[in-house]
Design a protein around this ligand. Sequence first.
Ligand SMILES: [Zn+2]
Length: 395
Amino acid sequence: MASLISSQPQLLSQLNERKVLQVLHSHGPSSRAEVSRLADVTRPTVSKAVSSLLKSGLLEEYDAPENLRGRPAKKLRLAVKTAQVLGLVIDAPTCCLVSTGLDGVVRSETLCEFKTPRTYEQLLKKVTELVSQSRSLAGVRTLGVGISMPGLFDYRAGLSILSPNVPITNKQRLGADLSRRLGLDCVVLQESDALCLAERHYGLARGVDDFAMLDASTGIGLGVLTASRLLKGSNGLAGEIGHLPMDPNGIPCGCGRTGCLETLASDTALTRLVSQRVGRDLDIHQIIDLVQADELNVAAELDSVAQHLAFALVTTINLFNPQTLFVHSRMFDIDPLLFERLIERTEAMALAPSFRSCHIARARGSKHEGAIAGILAHLTDSRVSQSNSHSLEAL
Ligand SMILES: [Zn+2]
């Protein structure tokens, strides 16, 4: 009991620091007086919280342009000149790393794509090199790395259980391994969760607390947010819609079974079908470029993939009755009418009342934005708790 009482003032300070961060996050650069008003805390409390946040590198104070009375005003903002965070996406066939300030605005010029390494050790080496390069930028302090991971991920153990598309991470603890090598906070999010966060921070789900995110890019995964809570299942493994068995005579899936939905309905399924027909390996970017240049017609393959993808939408709508269903996939860049046709097919198969109450939209957020949102949420959260878990509720 004694330790609980003695920790209360500290907890209160941390809660105030979090309030200051949240005000600057939602209102942008503000003076101390504005922060005091918006956070509804006294000036001395703001000063104390700000001084601790400046020391930890999360905030910057700067001279804003002169105000109407001709006096320069000191303003506070989330650190953008003196600190950065990194977002890492583990995926196939490529991974990527990107940096942002603590305002979360992605610096697209820093986006670095690299081929997914063949071994886990090579992956650690490559990421360590790229992070070191990024950290060597003069005067910039790196506060952490958010990581988007595909496959089944056990949050409590920080362990990748099974990654059908990036098997080098199977049975590995990438967050802990990178954290040890880099000496930085590294926070892992399963990629469907990363896309949910991305949509909430950068996309169309700002302020929406009930939606589903169907990712049909490399594999197929599902994130479901109900009343701001992410549905995770007893072991955090919920949402693996991509491994519904569809075709007993189908092709082998990375999960070890045969004919799973993701072998039929993802960007990867489309690239495989097209590559087989044209007799050479094409990735989704190449297919988009060739179709747009009128050098390739993939209507038949798109039709087959969209038919199966509609099944994934119907399953999601019938099972979870989401207010909004976001679909994340690059195949919509191939044909501007594909999304509309997908919705029509979904309507024909879904339960009518569930379909009518569901808005279906193309996701805007990306996995790297989700990785960034994850580390930013962690930094804000860790002002209150030093746990390595992430919480959508805090966003
Ligand atoms: Zn499978």
